[in-house]
Structures are given as structure tokens and as C-alpha cells.
Design a protein around this ligand. Structure first.
Ligand code: SF4
Length: 708
């Protein structure tokens, strides 16, 4: 039996795993005791990873060879890689020649490794010549990115997991780590057991398992997070709990924020949020007066039309109380995907360039063009996730290359997404799994290697870079994602850059990583001192890790921020209600979230029978009093309507859901319910700053299925 150290491909905790294999078969997995994210522990998903790679799964669920669909509705036929690469290059060149480079778009994934991200980024920007490259991380972390940049000056989470061992107050908002980040939650449980005086506050419209564990649960109305933070800040200011010396020495913009929150009294905030004023005041006191307060937050803040405002409102609290840059203190956004952070670092999104650069800056574009060896990068703004599909539906985008993600199930307003896929002249899907909803729309399917089969790196929520290693070769003729990109890019270069030095003369993932590393040198995320060899020798490391330097666990300890004058910025944004409005036709607020044992659209976790033991089928949870009001009993089928779509699902009573609210797990897709996934109900409206859509809120109605 062989053993290979790698990283779990599910959530952003980034646990280390040891893969056990015999010959070309993965036979087991266990937690890596040496990995600083999990110290040997794994959750239900991580500990069953080997079951996602059984011979049966490989034979029945994996895409094993390139497939070509000649005409929509036709059955795809297996073809050789050589022909697949030729077809991809020819079709992309033809569309580029006829409609220009911006008629091509890339929609990639936070499941990709940093090396893959880098390869796609270079292909889109330097070879095709478009900024139309975005990632499903847009649905996940883009509000956190912009929130950090607006307040602290850089997209750099300032705290780390170890801060749980030092925090006296942990403020968890818009997150259910007990289920979505289980191993980090185990660490919180251990910290609480060791120091029972630690206060845990959970802000969530539902009484989740995380809320059950908390000392104080603020069960706010969905979407009212900014009002809550402003009410907390009001209390902190007028009770004298802010850190005036810290504000004076290290920040700017406090007076404007103070003026904004003057009217958001604790009473008014409690009214908007639907909570008790005394609970709000208690939370304000614990947060401000504890020696060290740490915030953990995720999609409840990010997936909102006010996503950036929610992020900045929370970071404002840390800055106003000086709860940052010390052990146990600071805002720590949790990433949903295994490499959402690596995608941000490598600039694999429309609004980013490598090394935390800005595509709107001529200086930054020139720097990257020099590093990559191309003449110039494109200047037209790239389209973000929702915008890409809107443009495709309008006929502006003619070709979409989709990688390791399932937009026909996961994007909001799926009817529009599917129209967009149908309208495209050429859809490439690069995937490990054969049967996703998006696969039905692909003209060309390219089989990708998956977990346990590929080499590279990922970065977890605390800026820690871990190696991902291959234990076995990919099944069938599947290939590493970067290699698929390289082979098609070389064909494109032969036509678009004849006689020029090749941008894709690449033979290994490490070569791509070294190019990525070069783009970080001198930047806030400098990893010039890191190498594959050092990661192999010393294990996972946090950035920054400059040449000749050492990694830093937490940032801004000297009170100097990444802004031009070194001062953090308070951001004063008013509270705004969600875009969907409750009315007589849609009287219930729907929120969505994760289950403990499933992952995203279940392409991988859905291959493990054991993981359905916790929840076997999707159901809409309603407050027990809301079922009889609609003539429903548990287990009934109900029609769920929003202004954006409709689903038919069973209903269940759940006292953890507040009256006039509803909750749905996000995972199930088209094969389970009437052709669409859960996000058929959510809208494509997004935060104006981060472009992250409002996946966490929809106004809905629920009726018995036998009613018209
Ligand atoms: Fe994998 Fe996340 Fe579970 Fe760790 S907590 S084993 S990274 S799913």
C-alpha cells in the first residue's frame, strides 16, 4: 500500500489528508496529523473521500474520454484528444475572428488548483485577449474580497485558525461552521471546553447547530445584517466601548460612520432585525469589551445584494474596537471552496489580476504582460459570473468554456442560464463528472483529472498554502486541467502568435506555480520564499512568505494597513433591505444553506451512499405553525414559487426556522426536482461592488400541490 499526503477537495478549512492506494486504486483516506488545519481530524465528507473514487464510481460517474456532440440534442460521441483539441482551437479561433475576443468567456471554479487558475488566466487574457474570465468563487467570496480591500486595503484575511485558541469572544455571522466547516468548529468546541468563559455569539435567521452551541443567538430577520452591525456600533460608541486611541492612530473615516449610525439606535436596529434590544446590547458589550474578539463569517454576509456593505459593516466593528492585529482578534472570512483563496491570489476572476492586481490599472496590466511575456493585456472590463450568462443569453458571448462547475444547477435564475447555454454557438465543459446538468448543453466535453489524481497547490481560509498530490493516475483518458489548457493554448498560439516565444511551453504544474509565484513578489501576498520543495519539506505554509523572510500567522499587528497612507478605512454604507420584497403573493423569506454531509451540487459527495444517511432528499423547512396555515402536513408535496422560478418539493416542520421564513439546502439539482436546482428560486440581482448575486434571499410562496 502506498501513502500520499494531499488536501481535502471540499471546504475552505483545507484539511490535510493521507491517501492510501494500491496500484492505481485509491483504497482509503485518513486525516494528516501533521497538517496544521486539522491535526489528523476529518469530517464526514473528508473521511469518505476514498469512496468517491471506487471502481464503480470511476466507471459510472466519471467522464473518461473527450466527447463531441454534433448538434444540440444529439448524443455525444467519444473522440480522441487530438481531435478534441483541434475542434476546440478551430471553433474558438473562428468565433474570435468573426466576433472578436470578447465573444468568448471562461467560467471556472474554486475547485481548481492555483496552477490551473493561472493557466486559464493566461489563456484568456494573453492568448484569446479577453478579460471575460470569472469563477464560481463569484458566488462564494467576492463580497469578502471587496470588503477587505475597501477597509483594510488588500484582500488579505488578517486572522488565522490559531486565533480560536486565543479569542475571548467569537462572533459567528452568516455562517454555520458546525456543518459547513466542521473541523474548524471542532477546534472552536475544544477552545470553549478549555476556556468556558469564552463567549460565542451566533447571528443567523435559523437556529442552526452552531447557534445551539452559542452563548447568545441573535436570530435576525434575513438580510438585516448591516442594521445589526450599525446598531452594535451605535451601542459601542454611546456606551464608550470603542477604542478611541486605536481609531485615532490607525484609521480614517470614523466621523462619517459615526454620523451614519447615529440614527441606528439599538432599539431601531433590534426592531429592523426582529430581535430583543437587550440581546443586541449584550452582543455589543461582549464583542467590544472582551480582551480579544474574533469574527467568523461566510455566505450569509457574502451572497447578498448588500454583500460588500455587510462585510465592511462587520470589519468596521473590529476597527472601532481595536479588535484586530492581535492574537485572538480580527475578522476571518471562511471560504466555501477548497481553493477560493488561490483563485483570488492568481487573479482568476474578471475583476482581478495575478498578485492581487487590478485589471483597471494600466500599470498592473503592464506588470503582468511583462511577467507573462505578451505585448499587452486586454483593457475592456471582463464580465462576472451572472454577467457572462446574461451576455450569452443576449447573443454577445458566443462561446463559453466551463470548468469544474455546474452553472445550469448553481447559478440563480436558471431558466436564463439554460437559455444562455442554448444560445451559445460553442460550449466546452471541462469536467471530472459526466452527468451534471450543464453537461447536457455542452458541445465538447473534456475529461478532467480529479482529487487524488493531480498535482498542485490550494490555499485555505487562513492563507495557508497546501500541496495537492496525485496518488493514482487519472481514469480513462482524463487529464490534469492545466494540461488540457496547455494543449489547446499551444494550438491557438500557433495561429494567433506565430513565430513568438510560446506562453505555454510548460511541462509541469510546478512550472505554472513558479510563474504564479513571480507575480506575487513585492505584493502583499508575496510568496517569493516558498517553493514546492519547501512545502514538501516543512508542510503547508501561510502567506506572506517573502524570500529571506518567514510566514506571518496574522496581519496588521503593527497597526499599518495596506492602504496608501497605512490607515484602515471605515466604510459608511446605509442599510438596504434585500432586493426581493415580501408581499401578499410572496409572503415568506427563503434562505438557503449547506447540509453537514453534502457538498455543493453533489457531483462528488453524491457518489457516496453513506452521505445520504443524514439527509436523503431535499425538503423545504417551515416553522411548525406555517404548515397548517397552508393546509400542509409534513411530507406533503408543495409548490414553491418566487418571482424567478418554481419548484415542487416536500415540506417539513422545523422549529429552528422562524415563522414566515423557509429554508432549503442548496445541494440538490435537476435530476431530483422538476428540472432545476434550488437556485431556480433565487434572483440574479447582485451587490453593485462585488457583483455577488443574492443567493441567500428570495421572497416565496408555498402552496399544497393540489391547489391551483
Ligand atoms: Fe474536508 Fe472541510 Fe471536512 Fe476538512 S472540514 S475534512 S476540508 S470538508
Amino acid at each position: 500500500m502506498a501513502e500520499t499526503r494531499s488536501t481535502c477537495p471540499y471546504c475552505g478549512v483545507g484539511c490535510g489528508v493521507i491517501i492510501e492506494s494500491e496500484g492505481e486504486q485509491i483504497t482509503g483516506v485518513r486525516g494528516d496529523p501533521a497538517h496544521p488545519a486539522n491535526f489528523g481530524k476529518l469530517c464526514s465528507k473528508g473521511s469518505t473521500l476514498h469512496l468517491t473514487a471506487t471502481p464503480l464510481v470511476l466507471q459510472t460517474r466519471r467522464l473518461l474520454q473527450p466527447m463531441l456532440r454534433e448538434g444540440r440534442g444529439a448524443q455525444p460521441q467519444a473522440i480522441a484528444w487530438e481531435r478534441a483539441n483541434e475542434i476546440a482551437a478551430e471553433r474558438l479561433l473562428a468565433i474570435r475572428a468573426q466576433h472578436g475576443p470578447d465573444a468568448i468567456g471562461f467560467y471556472i471554479s474554486g475547485q481548481l488548483l492555483t496552477e490551473d487558475y493561472h493557466a486559464f488566466n493566461k489563456l484568456a487574457r494573453a492568448v484569446i485577449g479577453t478579460n471575460n474570465i470569472d469563477s464560481n468563487s463569484r458566488l462564494c467570496m467576492s463580497s469578502a474580497v471587496v470588503g477587505y480591500k475597501q477597509t483594510l486595503g488588500a484582500d488579505a484575511p488578517p486572522a488565522c485558525y490559531e486565533d480560536l485558541d486565543h479569542a475571548d469572544c467569537v462572533f459567528i455571522t452568516g455562517a454555520n461552521p458546525a456543518w459547513a466547516h466542521p473541523i474548524l468548529f471542532r477546534r472552536l468546541e475544544a477552545a470553549k471546553a478549555a476556556r468556558p468563559a469564552m463567549k460565542i455569539i451566533v447571528v443567523d435567521p435559523r437556529r442552526t447547530e452552531s447557534a445551539e452551541f452559542a452563548d447568545l443567538h441573535l436570530q435576525i430577520l434575513p438580510g438585516t445584517d448591516v442594521a445589526l452591525c450599525q446598531g452594535l456600533l451605535h451601542a459601542m460608541i454611546w456606551d464608550g466601548w470603542v477604542d478611541a486611541a486605536y481609531i485615532a492612530a490607525h484609521t480614517q473615516g470614523f466621523e462619517a460612520l459615526k454620523a451614519l449610525v447615529r440614527g441606528m439606535t439599538p432599539r431601531e436596529a433590534a426592531r429592523i432585525c426582529g430581535i430583543e434590544e437587550k440581546d443586541l446590547l449584550q452582543a455589543a458589550e461582549w464583542f467590544a469589551r472582551s480582551p480579544a474578539s474574533l469574527s467568523l463569517y461566510c455566505q450569509g454576509l457574502n451572497q447578498s445584494s448588500s454583500g460588500t456593505a455587510k462585510n465592511t459593516a462587520l470589519i468596521n466593528l473590529h476597527l472601532a474596537t481595536g479588535q484586530i492585529g492581535r492574537p485572538g482578534a480580527g475578522p476571518l472570512s471562511l471560504t466555501g471552496q477548497p481553493n477560493a483563496m488561490g483563485g483570488r491570489e492568481s487573479g482568476g476572476m474578471a475583476t482581478l489580476l495575478p498578485g492581487h492586481r487590478d485589471p483597471g490599472s494600466a500599470e498592473h496590466r503592464d506588470e503582468i504582460a511583462r511577467l507573462w511575456g505578451c505585448d499587452a493585456l486586454p483593457t475592456a472590463p471582463g464580465k462576472t459570473a451572472v454577467e457572462l450568462f446574461e451576455a450569452a443569453a443576449r447573443g454577445e458571448i458566443k462561446a463559453l468554456w466551463i470548468v469544474c462547475t455546474n452553472p445550469a444547477q448553481s447559478l440563480p435564475e436558471q431558466a436564463l442560464v439554460r437559455r444562455a447555454l442554448e444560445a451559445c454557438e460553442f460550449v466546452v465543459l471541462q469536467e471530472a463528472f459526466a452527468d451534471t446538468a450543464t453537461a447536457a448543453y455542452a458541445d465538447l466535453l473534456l475529461p478532467a483529472a480529479s482529487w487524488g489524481e493531480k498535482e498542485g497547490t490550494v490555499t485555505n481560509s487562513e492563507r495557508r498554502i497546501s500541496r495537492v498530490r496525485a496518488a493514482v493516475p487519472p481514469p480513462g483518458s482524463a487529464r490534469a486541467d492545466w494540461r488540457i489548457v496547455r494543449d489547446i493554448a499551444q494550438r491557438l498560439e500557433a495561429r494567433l502568435r506565430p513565430g513568438r516565444p510560446g506562453l505555454f511551453d510548460i511541462d509541469s504544474a510546478e512550472q505554472l506555480w513558479l510563474e504564479h509565484r513571480a507575480a506575487t513578489v513585492g505584493r502583499d501576498l508575496d510568496i517569493g520564499g516558498l517553493s514546492y520543495a519547501l512545502l514538501d519539506m516543512k508542510g503547508p505554509q501561510q502567506w506572506p512568505y517573502p524570500a529571506g523572510g518567514a510566514p506571518r500567522a496574522r496581519l496588521y499587528e503593527n497597526g499599518l494597513f495596506a492602504t496608501p497612507n497605512g490607515r484602515a478605512r471605515f466604510i459608511a454604507k446605509p442599510y438596504q433591505a434585500p432586493l426581493d420584497k415580501l408581499d401578499a403573493r410572496h409572503p415568506l423569506s427563503l434562505t438557503t444553506g449547506r447540509l453537514r454531509d453534502q457538498w455543493h451540487g453533489m457531483s462528488r459527495s453524491g457518489t457516496v451512499a453513506r452521505l445520504f444517511g443524514h439527509e436523503g432528499a431535499p425538503a423545504l423547512s417551515l416553522h411548525p405553525a406555517d404548515l397548517p396555515r397552508r393546509g400542509l402536513v409534513e411530507g406533503d408535496l408543495a409548490r414553491i414559487r418566487s418571482a424567478h422560478g418554481e419548484l415542487v418539493l416536500t415540506v417539513r416542520a422545523d422549529a429552528g426556522v422562524a415563522p414566515a421564513q423557509a429554508y432549503l439546502p442548496m445541494h440538490w439539482g435537476s435530476e431530483f426536482i422538476g428540472g432545476f436546482g434550488i437556485n431556480a428560486l433565487t434572483q440574479r440581482g447582485f451587490c453593485p461592488d462585488s457583483k455577488q448575486p443574492e443567493l441567500k434571499f428570495a421572497a416565496i410562496d408555498v402552496q399544497r400541490l393540489d391547489l391551483p
